[in-house]
Write a protein that binds this ligand. Sequence first.
Ligand code: PMT
Length: 404
Amino acid sequence: MLTGKNILLGISGGIAAYKTPHLVRLLKKAGANVRVLATESALKFVSELSLSTVSQMPVLDDIFTADADGERTMHISLGEWADALVVAPATANTLARFSSGLCDNMLSLSFVTLRPGKPVLLVPAMDGYMYDSPSVQRNLSVLKAQGCRVLEPESGPLASGQCGLGRMPEPETIFEALSSIFAARESAALEGRTVVVTAGPTREKIDGVRFLSNYSSGKMGFAIAAAAARRGATVRLVSGPVTLPTPPGVERIDVESAAEMLEAARPLFDGCDLFIGAAAVADYRPEAPVEGKIKKNEAAMVIRLVRNPDILAEFSTGRKPGQLAVGFALETAGGLEYARKKLTDKQLDLVAFNIYDGSRSGFEVDTNVLTLLGRDGSITELPLLSKEEAAGRLLDAIEKLPPR
Ligand code: PMT
């Protein structure tokens, strides 16, 4: 659930801060990217060296830290970068800063610059009397009303020598809480939506035993269909000939040629909210396929090809307001400008520019490198990801598109 997610871990100054390197470890092990934001007092309880070592990134504790380009607006880019903010331990002081909108350290500043809708998980930990105080409870109510989730403290021995409510839950519990937030978001995000996905290659008949095709395995399209179904969508998958099992909860229609793909997809156009063309549809087909097997009588043979219909373009140019159209653009080198042209020519909302490098990205392999170009001019370069992760990131980007 956390693979590829960008997590900001805020640490404020409480004794429980000593447990946070273990939390970083759990997040990293799950495949998350972690940036640690520590307050000055947090670094009295846990060392910067431990945190930077386990997160493999410098700890951010200074508002005026410059980013990689030398810009001093790191707090703004972090707010953009983060998929979630977790604050553990969240002290009374940090809760007060957050609830009043103060921006006097890197953590409080990043809380304010976090993009709307991104989950915030607060893990308060302090003495029981402090926790029960009207000030802390008021600040927590304000933050809950703003949409922050609060993982309640546990009871047990406290640093004050007393026993009571206020202990920070173990890192495993915090990790589980964060995972379930993402799971719940994922399961609900496309509830009530209908998504049509095309996947795999098409086969264009030359004769009774031969065809023109390409190396598409269907993995990318099937991963998208599976991810959309997990997010609650009704998913219809129109697939060329592949050997993959149907993802759970997905309705599959198998086809062979581009013409059959269009014939199967067309009746689905009207009722779909989102059409994603991940199929590698053959651009051309033999003009006059032969019924039996062509005999090899000649030294050379010429097969005249004619253009196939463009399924995605037919959907996008004839669609109703509100329907979204997303395509892929596969290139063997360079090609961002071709992808941009496809975005415009096919009137798409988003195009996933897909490099085919023959080893890690493109056809057949389990991984992919995508650059997502939005109709709003946005460009998101994704790193090398499994096709499952890439599918999740593609859907995240689609969910962020402004309505049409
Ligand atoms: O199946 P895998 O092995 O996992 O590989 C995944 C993939 C490389 C096939 C996939 O990620 C991908 O890039 N698919 C599109 C490949 C492509 O050839 O695109 P294109 O540039 O020809 O077409 C652009 C878009 O129009 C695509 O969304 C395509 O589905 C759509 N199209 C194209 C032609 C056509 N006649 N009808 C279409 O709908």
